[in-house]
Design a protein around this ligand. Structure first.
Ligand code: ATP
Ligand code: MG
Length: 504
């Protein structure tokens, strides 16, 4: 068998405490191939790539490159071999500039003062040009998407035989995803072995040549993407047939939960709309259109600069987050790494963090009560967790997200804002989260859904507001026959015209 340019994973197993993260996994990846690695949260994808790159040591099995066994002890050694990984968790240094970050991973830090931008290779320069970012900008001033691109540029500035991307697109804009696709195809043409992990199945069909599916730490199947469709992939990943991803829409919304009048603040102005109990209101828009700023202001994170809010018929001006929470508002933030997860707390504490008020009787927290609530919520979301006292960082990325969502569901708010609630979450869990959100709405909760995934906005919302440059540009009912076209116009700030009508 031809072994030149082949990465072979043979009988690899790994156990973390009580969790069998990988169980006898074997498959091959060819050079010049874009190979998707798929599976539900906790399936073992990240663990497998950490083994390939030497960050985690396997218990059993071998990894071969060109027919020779790879014995990688640490990340440094794997880089010397040309194995580059962009991890799910970013590893940038926020206070260094873009250029410094690209270099930091490839050169000795001491020699950094001699660094010249001209020393960046042509591949990296072409990425930087595509990105249109100033190399001297400190990385912390960039959006998450741009940071991710810097990380990718850093990875390929080194010798590159294998490039592994762990959910690279989770926080990229559509434009950035297109750039990423171009970069990946360029490397494919150079014969690089590319492993691509993503929970967005449409991307797998866009870019991958073959896909391998894992489930509960075991290898399930490998096939050419051309032989697969979305349903067959979902079946392999979850073991279930998941038709009707989205639950039926709500029918009769109740009383006003929120009335927003000419509300302005940092990043948005003159916003007007109302939200009713039992309703899911979708907010569509490009990154930076003001949706998150509007919602964080409503949640008392920063002050508004004008306008009014009425909450359940009463005037409302949140002094701070605590006041907003007491008034019945819950907020699942977009960036769970920065604001969502309390990294130092364990799973149980993270789950109940928003509910402490509710669980404490006369100020006394009962450990038994915390355990009970946490366990119930984890079960509802089928989050795959170890022990309740484990650090939350030991969970797979998607399971961390479920814990944060569970935290807000436990607090039982009357208005729930969810900002990118399914980012990084597998299809099975997405399905469950959609059912949960709709059931909450049915029980009377008013829900605001911010999402960059149009199918999700369209599938879940009863009504949709589009934001453009800080203002609401359109309000659309979910039964509108031109729903998609209108959303497209709304987020681009153009007015809607039925096709066939002439441009004015
Ligand atoms: N350092 C660790 N300590 C303890 N358990 C771990 C550790 N790393 C991973 N695990 C466990 O191993 C299993 C596989 O995790 P892994 O991160 O590989 O999943 P994944 O397929 O990448 O999931 P996701 O799609 O959510 O990122 C999970 O049950 C996880 O909780
Ligand atoms: Mg992972």
């Amino acid at each position: 068998m031809e072994t030149d340019g082949v990465l072979s994973i043979r009988n690899v197993s790994k156990r973390f405490g009580g969790t069998q993260a990988l169980d006898d996994v074997s498959f091959d990846v060819q050079k010049g191939e874009i190979h998707a690695l798929l599976g539900e949260n906790g399936a073992g994808k990240s663990t497998l790539i950490k083994i390939i790159s030497g960050v985690v040591q396997k218990d059993r099995g071998s990894v071969f490159l060109d027919g020779r066994e790879l014995k990688v002890r640490n990340a440094q050694q794997s880089r010397e071999l040309g194995i580059n990984v962009v991890y799910q968790e970013l590893s940038l240094i926020p206070d260094l500039s873009v250029a410094e970050n690209i270099f930091a991973s490839s050169v000795n830090m001491n020699s950094m003062k001699f660094m010249r931008i001209g020393n960046l290779g042509s591949d990296v320069m072409s990425i930087v040009e595509m990105l249109d970012i100033d190399l001297r900008t400190p990385v912390r001033n960039l959006g998450i998407g741009a940071q991710q691109m810097v990380e990718i540029a850093g990875a390929i500035s080194r010798k590159c035989r294998i490039l592994i991307l762990d959910e690279p697109t989770a926080s990229l804009t559509n434009e950035e995803v297109k750039i990423l696709y171009r970069i990946i195809r360029m490397l494919k043409d150079q014969g690089v072995i590319i492993i691509f992990i993503s929970h967005k199945l449409s991307e797998v069909f866009d870019i991958a040549d073959r896909a391998t599916v894992m489930k509960d730490g075991r290898y399930v199947a490998t096939d050419r993407v051309g032989n697969l469709d979305e349903n067959s992939l979902i079946k392999l990943m979850t073991g279930r047939d998941l038709h009707d991803m989205y639950p039926p829409k709500g029918d009769s919304p109740g009383a006003f939960a929120l009335e927003v009048g000419d509300y302005s603040g940092s990043g948005f102005r003159s916003v007007n709309f109302s939200l009713r109990e039992g309703e899911i209101l979708g907010m569509a828009g490009l990154t930076g259109a003001g949706r998150t700023e509007f919602c964080t202001t409503l949640f008392g994170v920063q002050p508004s600069t004008g306008g009014s809010l009425r909450l359940f018929g009463k005037d409302f001006a949140p002094r701070d987050v605590l006041a907003a929470m007491r008034a019945g508002i819950g907020y699942l933030p977009e960036d769970r790494k920065q604001t969502g997860v309390f990294m130092q707390m364990d799973i149980k504490e993270n789950t109940v963090a928003a509910t402490i008020d509710g669980i404490a009787r006369h100020g006394i927290l009962s450990a038994a009560k915390i355990n009970e609530c946490a366990r119930e919520m984890i079960g509802k979301l089928s989050a795959k967790t170890g022990l309740l006292r484990d650090r939350i960082l030991s969970l797979s990325g998607g399971n961390q997200q479920k814990i944060v969502l569970g935290r807000w569901l436990l607090a039982n708010p009357r208005i729930l804002i969810v900002d990118e609630p399914t980012r990084g979450i597998d299809v099975g869990a997405k399905f469950e989260i959609y059912q949960i959100l709709r059931n909450l709405a049915r029980s009377g909760m008013a829900i605001i859904l911010i999402s960059s995934e149009l199918p999700e906005i369209i599938g879940m919302s009863d009504r949709i507001l589009t934001f453009y440059k800080g203002k609401v540009s359109m309000e659309i009912d979910c039964h509108d026959p031109f729903l998609e076209e209108k959303i497209g116009c709304g987020i681009m700030g153009s007015s809607f015209r039925k096709s066939g009508e002439a441009e004015a």
